[in-house]
Design a protein around this ligand. Structure first.
Ligand SMILES: CC(C)(COP(=O)(O)OP(=O)(O)OC[C@H]1O[C@@H](n2cnc3c(N)ncnc32)[C@H](O)[C@@H]1OP(=O)(O)O)[C@@H](O)C(=O)NCCC(=O)NCCS
Length: 195
């Protein structure tokens, strides 16, 4: 894949960690930036749903990020949050988690940060007792698919939903069956230890 020209310099100044409550405003900024950008389609949003998010209260944002049986993994560049990925415990099935809303600002892509946020998220799910993880990826999203397959996710089925605009949103449903699989653990550790 293409190299990011900022790679060496910028990577040194970024860190991947789990967001804290005081990060909510920076997270809100990034989420709105993401869904209003040309990448918005990856999240299946519509003009209406973007407006709803834009006008929601501080309480609603906090609930969205922090009071949902989950956490948000972030990439930080100085004080700015430039990347995020969310994970939630699925209440219907024990030890089953869902990942969603992975996003990195374009200038921070292709230098391994997406992979590191993904590994950090899987590691945190595992530490919280999670065994099985699922996620949806829009058909044609090679970057996300490449990362998910690397960690051992498998495509279970493909689905399509009709958005309010009438457009079809086609996505693949992927599962990682066993987070305790030694190969999966090794992959996560390798990425986290690579720096
Ligand atoms: C998905 C996203 C977070 C990935 O971040 P990133 O930092 O660019 O990814 P990385 O540099 O860590 O790439 C890691 C891996 O991605 C895969 N990948 C990246 N680009 C790829 C491409 N064009 N084709 C296939 N695989 C690709 C590879 O497995 C790569 O590993 P490699 O470097 O060993 O080849 C970023 O592209 C993004 O924000 N995209 C827009 C939003 C989005 O798609 N969200 C996901 C919704 S499910």
């Amino acid at each position: 894949m293409d190299e990011n020209p900022f790679k060496n310099q910028e990577k040194l100044n970024t860190k991947v960690e789990i967001a804290k409550r005081e990060d909510w405003e920076e997270l809100k900024k990034l989420r709105l930036f993401a869904i209003k950008s040309k990448d918005g389609h990856f999240f299946g949003v519509t003009d209406k749903s973007v407006k709803e998010e834009e006008t929601q209260s501080e309480e609603a944002w906090n609930k969205y990020f922090f009071d949902n049986n989950g956490f948000v993994a972030i990439s930080r560049y100085g004080s700015e949050i430039v990347g995020m990925g969310m994970a939630f415990k699925n209440n219907d099935e024990e030890n089953f988690w869902r990942m969603r809303s992975n996003y990195l600002k374009p200038e921070f892509r292709k230098m391994g940060l997406g992979l590191k946020m993904f590994a950090t998220t899987l590691n945190e799910i595992r530490k919280s007792g999670g065994k099985k993880v699922s996620l949806n990826i829009e058909v044609g999203n090679k970057e996300s698919m490449g990362i998910a397959l690397k960690f051992g996710f498998k495509i279970i089925n493909s689905k399509s939903v009709k958005l309010e605009t009438g457009e079809e949103f086609k996505y693949d449903n992927l599962d990682l069956e066993n987070l305790d699989d030694p190969e999966v653990i090794k992959k996560i550790d390798d990425v986290l230890n690579a720096g």
